[in-house]
Write a protein that binds this ligand. Sequence first.
Ligand code: PRP
Ligand code: URA
Length: 213
Amino acid sequence: MKDYKNVIVFDHPLIRHKIALLRNENTSMKEFRELVEEITTLMTYESLKDGVPTTEIEVKTPLEVCKQNVVVDNSIVIVPILRAGLGMVNGIHVLFPSARVGHIGMFRNEETLTPETYYCKLPEGIENKLVVVVDPMLATGGSASDAIQLLKDKGCTHIKFMAIIGAPVGISKVAEDHPDVNIYVSTVDRCLNENGYILPGLGDAGDRLFGTK
Ligand code: PRP
Ligand code: URA
């Protein structure tokens, strides 16, 4: 994979540890859900260190009054790509409880692997917010790229994308389709198999989160 200025890969022992647990086929649905949330929170801390609107307020400590920067309420919109992106929402809400949530429903056509959009509901005023698109799996990159384009078509100009596992081909596609969007991934896997699944990956994230298989 080329070196892209807008791709940030996390290299943290805690994240690596949790990804090992997440990959394990014996990890239960409950543990899988918790791990997705925990990894998302760790990624959020780092991914959102730039770009989050802050404002200066006065705080009265027991000793004196000081000025302090705080995060502007309701300045972030989380957009999970259904279904699996839903598993990442709470991991961000823990840190940004006032974040609104928009939903984009997409599934991959199993033969062509191209995404089809079946649902879209976004908060009013999203075009003025920092939009964080989340999906644990970035495989061919089709879903992420189309979701980001849909948001741009609605007027959003400040978008970040977070995935837990990315395949080189998918990361390259999103990085090149959207050079203005920062892409954060916890790990870059080897490749895709003939069915478009990431190797070594973790299987189908939606099925493992929601117990559908
Ligand atoms: C998975 C995953 C991504 C997409 C990634 O969803 O959650 O949205 O595939 O693949 P891509 O990068 O090749 O587009 P899927 O279509 O399986 O739907 P689901 O979450 O409802 O299971
Ligand atoms: N979607 C998944 O859930 N897993 C993959 O490996 C690829 C796409």
